[in-house]
Design a protein around this ligand. Structure first.
Ligand SMILES: [Fe+2]
Ligand SMILES: [Fe+2]
Length: 141
């Protein structure tokens, strides 16, 4: 079921902003550690970034997609939104795919830390575009 927080523009946007803000805060520290070549600390930061993205951003995305969730409800109310919702789901998929790529990279003996930080930035970029798009298309102001 969709809680009222997800249907309303302001409260839903606040959830987006908390997710994006937290991810952006973490990437600054990661960039510094990369520049200083502090790879042990960086590995910890990247792991914590992944946990944050999964715990906040992906959990939020799954809630939107679940049966009776925001997306189903929006299309039920306005069938013209079908394609838009499919695009939004693809954005969620992209973020999940990048998280999986990061986890795979972390398993390597020789980790490519530049790539890991680039993946993190990509998640932030996709997330920001996605959130603004979703707010514009689906939320009641
Ligand atoms: Fe979403
Ligand atoms: Fe959302």
């Amino acid at each position: 079921m969709v809680g009222p927080a997800l249907k309303k523009f302001d409260s839903h946007k606040a959830i987006h902003d908390a997710g994006l803000g937290g991810a952006k805060e973490r990437i600054e520290g990661m960039r510094e550690l990369l520049a200083k070549e502090k790879y042990e600390n960086l590995t910890e930061e990247i792991t914590s970034f992944i946990e944050f993205v999964e715990g906040k951003i992906i959990v939020h995305a799954d809630t939107e997609e679940e049966k009776g969730g925001l997306y189903t409800l929006a299309v039920k109310k306005n069938p013209d939104l079908h394609d838009k919702v499919q695009h939004l789901i693809r954005d969620h998929d992209l973020m999940k795919i990048i998280v999986d790529l990061m986890k795979k990279e972390l398993e390597n003996e020789e980790k490519d830390f530049q790539k890991l930080v680039d993946f993190s930035s990509s998640i932030i970029i996709v997330n920001e575009i996605h959130s603004r798009d979703e707010e514009e298309a689906l939320l009641e102001k």
